[in-house]
Design a protein around this ligand. Structure first.
Ligand SMILES: *[C@@H]1O[C@H](CO)[C@@H](O)[C@H](O)[C@H]1NC(C)=O
Ligand SMILES: *[C@@H]1O[C@H](CO)[C@@H](O)[C@H](O)[C@H]1NC(C)=O
Ligand SMILES: *[C@@H]1O[C@H](CO)[C@@H](O)[C@H](O)[C@H]1NC(C)=O
Ligand SMILES: *[C@@H]1O[C@H](CO)[C@@H](O)[C@H](O)[C@H]1NC(C)=O
Ligand SMILES: *[C@@H]1O[C@H](CO)[C@@H](O)[C@H](O)[C@H]1NC(C)=O
Length: 337
C-alpha cells in the first residue's frame, strides 16, 4: 500500500515537473537547450530574432603582472627567457584588450612604477584608454568589488585575470538587465592555438565536463556592495586555489546574485603558452595556497560544490523564482526518488 502510494505520488510529481519544465521555468537543473537569445525589453526568448547588439562599453579591472627583469620568490624553476616570454603574453593581452571596441577603459592595478613605465613605452595605439591605479598589493578578490562599488556604480565592468583576452559576444549583453536582476556572468575561458600548439589545455569552456575555472567576471552594480561582507568573505589573492568558488558562493548565498557561465556565447581566451605558472594544485598541501587554509573562514568542500556554475549555451539572466506549490512537489520528488 505504502509502495503504491509512493509510486503514485512520484508519477504525479513527474507529470507536474514536466509541465513546469515546458512552461519554461528553471528549477536549478540545466537542460541542454540550443542557443536562445533575448530581445531587448522582453523576457521572451526568441531563437528566430536576430541577435540584439548593445552598444556596450566596459570598464576592465585587471592587475599588471610583469616580471620586468625581476624574479619573484617561488619562481626559481623558470629561466630568464621563460619570464620574458610570459611578460610578452601579458603585454600582448593588455594591448588587445585596450584596442577592443567594447572596452572603454582599462583600470590597470600596478605596484611598481617601473612596470607601468614598461607599459607606457610600448606605444600601444589605445593607450588613451589606460587608467593606471597604483595599488598596495597584488589584487585580492575583494578589491575588484570594493573598487567597483566606490568608482564604477552603474557602469558595466569586466574584472579579469591579466592573461585573458576579451573575445566575441560581449555586444550581446543587456547590461541594464544584468544590473536590475542582480546577475553576474563569471566565465570559463577558451584556448588559443599558437604555432600549431594548443596552449594550456585545462579548465576550458570547450571541455565535455565542468572544471571550475572562471577568469572573467561581468557585472553592473545598481548600488555599492556591502563592504563588511566583501571583506569578510573575499579578502584573499585572486589566483589562490578556490578563489572563484568562494566568490560564487558569496554572491549566490549572501549577496543574492545569480551567477551564470554563458561561456559558449561570451568568449574569452587564455593567452598562456609560456611555461611560467604559479603554485600547482598537486602541491597545495605544501604551499597551502588555497581558500581551505584561510584561517577562520570556514570554506568547506560542501560550499565549493554549492558554487557550481556550469557552462551555458545562451545568454540568460536571473533564474525565476520557484512557485511555492511547485517547489513543494519538487522537494518531494527529491526526497522520494
Ligand atoms: C547570434 O550570435 C551567436 C553567437 O555570437 C552566433 O553563433 C549566431 O549565429 C548568431 N545568430 C544570428 C541569427 O545572427
Ligand atoms: C616607441 O616609440 C619610440 C619613439 O618613436 C621608440 O623610440 C621606441 O622604441 C618605441 N617602443 C617600442 C616598444 O616599440
Ligand atoms: C545609469 O546609467 C545610465 C546610462 O548608462 C543612465 O541613463 C542612468 O540614469 C544611470 N542611473 C543612475 C541611477 O544613475
Ligand atoms: C552589511 O552586512 C553586515 C553583515 O551582514 C550587516 O551587519 C550590515 O548592517 C550591512 N551594512 C549595510 C550598510 O547594509
Ligand atoms: C538577501 O536575501 C535575503 C532573503 O531574501 C535577505 O534577508 C537579505 O537581506 C538579502 N541580502 C542582501 C545583501 O540583499
Amino acid at each position: 500500500m505504502a509502495r503504491k502510494l509512493k509510486a503514485c505520488l512520484v508519477s504525479v510529481t513527474l507529470v507536474l515537473l514536466t509541465v513546469y519544465w515546458l512552461s519554461g521555468n528553471e528549477i536549478g537543473i540545466q537542460t541542454n537547450s540550443s542557443p536562445v537569445y533575448y530581445v531587448h525589453g522582453s523576457s521572451t526568448p526568441s531563437t528566430s530574432a536576430r541577435n540584439m547588439s548593445f552598444n556596450n562599453h566596459f570598464h576592465i579591472l585587471t592587475m599588471l603582472s610583469v616580471f620586468n627583469g625581476k624574479r619573484w620568490p617561488k619562481y626559481n624553476e623558470f629561466t630568464d627567457q621563460d619570464l620574458v616570454d610570459r611578460d610578452k603574453e601579458y603585454l600582448a593581452t593588455l594591448r588587445a584588450n585596450l584596442e577592443n571596441k567594447v572596452v572603454k577603459e582599462v583600470h590597470l592595478f600596478y605596484m611598481e612604477d617601473d612596470d607601468l613605465k614598461l607599459v607606457k613605452s610600448q606605444n600601444f595605439s589605445a593607450l588613451n584608454k589606460l587608467r593606471p591605479v597604483k595599488w598596495h598589493r597584488r589584487l585580492h578578490m575583494a578589491d575588484f568589488f570594493l573598487y567597483a562599488s566606490k568608482n564604477l556604480v552603474n557602469k558595466s565592468v569586466i574584472a579579469i585575470n591579466g592573461d585573458i583576452l576579451i573575445g566575441k559576444g560581449f555586444d550581446l549583453i543587456d547590461t541594464e538587465r544584468l544590473r536590475d536582476e542582480r546577475v553576474m556572468f563569471s566565465l570559463t575561458r577558451h584556448n588559443i592555438i599558437r604555432d600549431g600548439k594548443r596552449c594550456t589545455p585545462l579548465n576550458l569552456c570547450t571541455e565535455s565536463y565542468y572544471r571550475a575555472s572562471h577568469d572573467t567576471h561581468v557585472f553592473r552594480l545598481a548600488e555599492p556592495l556591502n563592504e563588511t561582507i566583501i571583506l569578510d568573505k573575499l579578502d584573499y589573492p585572486i589566483n589562490m586555489w578556490g578563489a572563484e568558488n568562494a566568490m560564487h558562493w558569496t554572491f549566490k548565498n549572501v549577496l543574492n546574485f545569480t551567477v551564470r557561465n554563458p561561456c559558449r556565447v561570451l568568449v574569452t581566451h587564455h593567452n598562456h603558452c609560456s611555461k611560467v605558472h604559479g603554485p600547482s594544485l598537486e602541491k597545495v598541501d605544501e604551499h597551502k595556497y588555497s581558500i581551505y587554509y584561510l584561517p577562520n573562514k570556514g570554506w568547506t568542500q560542501k560550499k565549493v560544490l554549492q558554487s557550481y556554475t556550469p557552462f551555458e549555451n545562451s545568454l540568460a539572466y536571473r533564474k525565476r523564482k520557484k512557485s511555492g506549490f511547485l517547489a513543494f512537489f519538487y522537494s518531494f520528488l527529491l526526497r522520494w526518488t
